[in-house]
Design a protein around this ligand. Sequence first.
Ligand code: NDP
Length: 333
Amino acid sequence: MRAIYITHTGGPDVLTHTDIDAPTPKDNTHTDIDAPTPKDNEVVVQVDIAGVNFIDVYFREGIYHSPTPFVPGFEGTGRVIYDPQGEIAEGTVVAWCDAFGSYAEQVCVPRDRMVAVPESLEPHVAASMLLQGITAHYLTHGVYDLSEGDSCLITAGAGGVGLLATQMAASAGATVYSVVSSEEKVALAYEAGATEVFFYSDNLAEDVRRRNGGVGVDVVYDGVGKATFNESLEAVRPRGTVCLFGAASGPVDPIDPQVLNTHGSIFLTRPSIGAWTAREGEFAMRAQAVTRAVTSGELNVRVGAVYPLADAAAAHRDLEARVTTGSVVLQVS
Ligand code: NDP
């Protein structure tokens, strides 16, 4: 089957497209990818569109480990073609996240990690709403449950997670400070409901505090990591929460726990979507909340770029070059 596969980790060029019509390269790196075989708790899905996420970059680089060769990708939308338990009708349109190997024509999806897609939902939106939407949901309704009068700072505010977290925080009644890197992204962050948008700078925390009545914010949602972490510590109020949920600029250096004391007994957490969907019914609760909000128009998923599956390397290059906004998807079939 057609797929993107990785035989060794590295830069975007290691994303190799199987092309059954192409001659086998001399270096013998060409690999045929077999259609996957489902376990009992999985269904086989014909993938129409796959979502591209920063976590795919971490796997490609080897920061997160998978034995090689592997097919990357975690989410998408498509049609069920085989359910070993015979429960889900063939042709049912679903969206999923947490199905490793989604950059392919077929993938095995755990049955408890997918949702039915309402007919009215645009397929590119369905393909990219869950991983980033559930993340934004657990950040704003779990790690720190925002409500009226709270304030937060969101880094990479015009990215996939950033735009969704901004909308959820604003609709919870919070003041949202957003940080972005370009004028286009400033406009998108305001459109999503940000109260004030900043560019990255060494004075970020000071600027945010000034706008926030001279005090730090209740919570910082930092998916950028290395480049912003110190400003995140400075921007939070005493006893507030720094939620470091990603490392788009690289992993944060180890810190001395005493730093949390000197910043006023602050809380630091490094959450994962896995842990925040692990409880009984939790994935379904968050996935359905996201799907409902997207379907009703309350939550807008901006699909910033669509690439053919064969151009997955270009999609990764653009994501890492910070030129994408909102979500990014691969058209598989
Ligand atoms: P984005 O669409 O947000 O893309 C990443 C953004 O990070 C860029 O657009 C850019 O925005 C910003 N950025 C800042 N510095 C850099 C840099 N040096 N290199 C690249 N990008 C940089 O991606 P996602 O929405 O997929 O993910 C956002 C973050 O959330 C990632 O760190 C990801 O790992 C994390 N994440 C964590 C999850 C979890 O459960 N812990 C789940 C899902 C995502 P700008 O130019 O405005 O700075």
